[in-house]
Structure formats: structure tokens, C-alpha cells
Write a protein that binds this ligand. Structure first.
Ligand code: HEC
Length: 197
């Protein structure tokens, strides 16, 4: 009795395998779609081919020579000459009084770890072996124009890394407004957490 059952099950198994190969289902497509309207949108997916558009792609490149609304291109490259050009041409577009508040937050999070709340280059990172940055209250740094600072924050300068990917254009100008205020007036410096021992 058991042998008969086993042979029947084995035969059914072989039949189902042969049927599977004969039908060759697409493993990427489910056999049954429940409420398919939710899964399959009528719109073309961004990366799918498209029979309507001339190049056969759904996602189209921007028209040459156009810019996204609100986007201002920065026509500078890295390097000393370009920093000098930025120094001569760029001014802070923000109202310094309003921008300082946001600038203080940016400074505390992104700059104080190296430059220190006092600007003297004694931040926690510098105390732990990173080459100490110049004193931003020093004569050379105080003379830096806002345009040149913007170039430094955007492209970096020697060991000072670029902050273009972490800080938006507005955040860069805000922290510059804050920095200038700290350089020019005796504003209370941002508090900096103690370096861990
Ligand atoms: C990883 C450490 C580090 C961080 C973080 C950092 N800096 Fe610097 N920064 C430096 C070093 C080092 C220098 C000196 C570079 C050089 O030798 O020219 C420098 C130089 C500068 C200078 C030029 C000073 C001069 O006299 O040429 C400015 C301005 C400046 N940093 C602003 C900032 C601001 C604003 C931030 C925050 C957005 C910041 N830095 C974050 C390390 C850092």
C-alpha cells in the first residue's frame, strides 16, 4: 500500500516538473495578481522604454542651456587664482544680521570641531592630532573677504576640506556672516564641548 502511494507521488512530482518546464513561467512575474490596478500603474516608469518619445526613453534629459528654477550656477573652479577672482566678485547675498543666527548653528556643528569656539584653532579635532588650522582671529584671516571665504568653503584650501556637499549655498553664506561678526566684534564665542580624554 505504502509503495503504491510513493510511486504515485513520485509520478506526480515528475509530471509537475515536466509541466513546469513545458510552460516555462517567467520567474519575475507572479502567477496571480490580486488587485492588479495598485501594482501596475498606467503611467510609464521613469526608467522604462517609451514608444511615444523619439529616443525611446521615458526620462528625458534637460533641454541644453536650461537651468532648474531657483538654481544659480557657480562659475568658479578650485585654485588660488579662482579664489582671488571669487574674492573680487562675490559678496554675501544674505542680510548679515539675520544670517548670523543660522551661521552660529552651522559653525558649532561643522567648524568648531577644528577651529574651536574661540576661532583660535584649538577645536577637539585639532587637539587630537589633526593639523591645527590658522587662527581665524589672526591678521591674515581677518583680511579675507567674504567672497574668498565662500571659495574656501566651497572648494577647500590645503588641509581645510570642501564643505560644498555638507552645506547649502545659504548655509555657507550664513556661517561666513557669523564668522565675520566674530572677527569684527567681540561677540561671545559658540560654546564647544570638552574634548574626550
Ligand atoms: C577638519 C578640520 C576643519 C574643519 C572642520 C574646518 N576647517 Fe577651516 N581650516 C582647517 C585648516 C587645517 C585650515 C588651514 C588651511 C591652510 O593651511 O590654508 C583651515 C582654514 C580655514 C580658513 C582660511 C584661513 C586663512 O587665513 O587662510 C577659513 C576661512 C576657514 N578655515 C573656515 C572654516 C569654516 C567656516 C568651517 C566650517 C564650515 C571650517 N573652516 C571647518 C581645518 C578645518
Amino acid at each position: 500500500m505504502t509503495a503504491k502511494l510513493n510511486w504515485t507521488l513520485a509520478a506526480l512530482f515528475v509530471v509537475s516538473m515536466v509541466a513546469n518546464f513545458a510552460v516555462r513561467p517567467d520567474p519575475g512575474v507572479p502567477n496571480i495578481d490580486i488587485l492588479p490596478d495598485m501594482a501596475h500603474s498606467a503611467a510609464y516608469a521613469s526608467f522604462s522604454t517609451n514608444p511615444v518619445l523619439p529616443d525611446g526613453k521615458t526620462m528625458q534629459p534637460p533641454v541644453p542651456g536650461t537651468l532648474p528654477r531657483g538654481f544659480k550656477p557657480l562659475r568658479y573652479q578650485a585654485g588660488e587664482q579662482e579664489a582671488l577672482r571669487a574674492s573680487a566678485e562675490l559678496t554675501n547675498p544674505l542680510d548679515p544680521q539675520k544670517a548670523k543666527e543660522r551661521g552660529a548653528v552651522v559653525f558649532q556643528n561643522f567648524c568648531a570641531p577644528c577651529h574651536g569656539g574661540s576661532l583660535r584653532g584649538d577645536g577637539a579635532v585639532a587637539l587630537h592630532g589633526f593639523p591645527a588650522p590658522a587662527n581665524l582671529k589672526g591678521e591674515k584671516s581677518v583680511k579675507l573677504t567674504e567672497g574668498q571665504m565662500f571659495h574656501i568653503l566651497t572648494f577647500g584650501q590645503k588641509k581645510m576640506p570642501s564643505y560644498a556637499s555638507q552645506l547649502t549655498v545659504n548655509d555657507r553664506w550664513s556661517v561666513i556672516a557669523y564668522l565675520k561678526a566674530l572677527q569684527n566684534e567681540p561677540v561671545a564665542p559658540a560654546p564647544v564641548p570638552e574634548a574626550p580624554k
